[in-house]
Design a binder for this molecule. Structure first.
Ligand code: ADP
Length: 343
């Protein structure tokens, strides 16, 4: 299945039919079951990401949205090489990176950095800010002088709005927002091109969220960064994204430039997701309430993974996986109902 982006040049990162499943069968004894008087062995697999394809253009903010558990973090971690994909290809500037060993990945590691949701968990509590920030620089440039490293730490700390005088302090001595600024500084220390930001503001107070988003946008402008931005918070996405991919049960159902997605959501799931954003003047009666619950990614539904919750679903939706189709320039939707003109 190809949900490729609009044809563009200068594609920084491409995913082709990426699959990431987790085997949670446990040990052999956990897998054995008595069924009809016979001992059988059963494996259990979480199908977190299924046949996902897209390309991210240099300089854009590509957001992936969807409810908790739909596979966003797994997709982010697979993209950056924390998890190896089970199938598919990941390319960085036309070079395959999914099949490289740790040594071969080193030059790519410098270019690709990640910012996590919880800065307290992602910063080492026993290291000062200086130690945290100098570590990646020294790792990637072993011959750099300590004066140069300190200078670089001071410059980046100023850029992210943390006073360089505090470089000797530990993470617990900072507020949540400042800690996230330090996490961003750590990512910027090695001069990356591509940053995966996994829910970077979800753990912060609303008043701080805008400051951190502005910092990320300023850094993007100043350094020409490309972002893969993961979030469940659609109100954040609307203002910062170039394009948005909507994910449901490990599958992309819609991929669109941000403006048309928010103005005219196409896929029934996107419509329901967007109707839940509180908006002045929109009565609660206009919220689309989906029937049923999100199925488990251990037993994916047949056909369209959304069919059990979709009021437009018919027999074809229950049987046949919908292929992504372009419905207008740059807007790609995987839905039989839209393809047939029923929706
Ligand atoms: P999201 O980021 O959208 O909340 P995740 O990618 O964290 O979703 O999770 C997708 C599915 O994969 C969930 O069912 C989750 O429980 C499962 N999952 C995520 N990481 C692991 C793992 N390391 N081992 C087993 N299952 C996992």
């Amino acid at each position: 299945m190809t949900i490729a982006s609009t044809p563009r040049t200068d594609q920084l990162l491409t995913l082709r039919n990426v699959v990431k499943h987790f085997d949670i069968s446990g040990g052999l004894l956990d897998q054995l079951r008595f069924q009809n008087g016979r001992l059988t062995r059963r494996r259990t697999t979480v199908k977190a990401v299924n046949n996902v394809s897209f390309s991210i253009t240099a300089g854009e903010t590509f957001s992936v949205v969807g409810e908790s558990g739909c596979g966003k973090s797994t997709l982010a971690r697979t993209t950056i090489g924390i998890y190896p994909p089970n199938r598919g290809e990941i390319l960085y500037r036309d070079q395959r990176i999914d099949n490289k060993n740790a040594q071969q990945m080193l030059p790519f590691r410098r270019k690709m950095q990640m910012i996590f949701q919880d800065p307290y968990a992602s910063l080492n509590p026993r290291k000062t800010v200086m130690q945290t920030l100098e570590e990646p620089v020294v790792f990637h440039n072993p011959r750099i002088s300590s004066a140069d490293v300190r200078q670089r730490v001071a410059t980046v700390m100023s850029q992210v709005g943390v006073d360089p005088k505090w470089a000797g302090r530990y993470p617990h001595e900072f507020s949540g927002g400042q800690r996230q600024r330090i996490s961003i500084a750590r990512a910027l220390m090695v001069d990356p091109e591509f940053i995966v930001a996994d829910e970077p503001v979800s753990a912060l107070d609303v008043s701080i969220q805008a400051q951190i988003l502005n910092l990320l946008m300023d850094a993007q402008q100043q350094r020409g960064l490309t972002y893969l931005f993961i979030t469940h918070d659609l109100s954040v996405v609307e203002h910062i994204s170039t394009r948005v991919a909507v994910m449901y049960l490990g599958t992309l159902c819609e991929l669109s430039p941000a403006k048309p997605l928010f103005e005219t959501p196409r896929h029934p799931y996107t419509q329901a997701l967007l109707s839940a954003i509180p908006k002045l003047g929109r009565p609660a009666s206009q919220h689309i309430r989906l029937r049923g619950e999100v199925p488990t990614p251990i037993h994916l539904p047949s056909g369209c993974v959304f069919h059990g919750r979709c009021i437009h679903a018919n027999q074809r939706c229950r049987e046949e996986i919908p292929m992504p189709k372009q419905v207008e320039t740059g807007v790609i939707v995987a839905c039989h109902g839209i393809e047939e003109g029923r929706i």
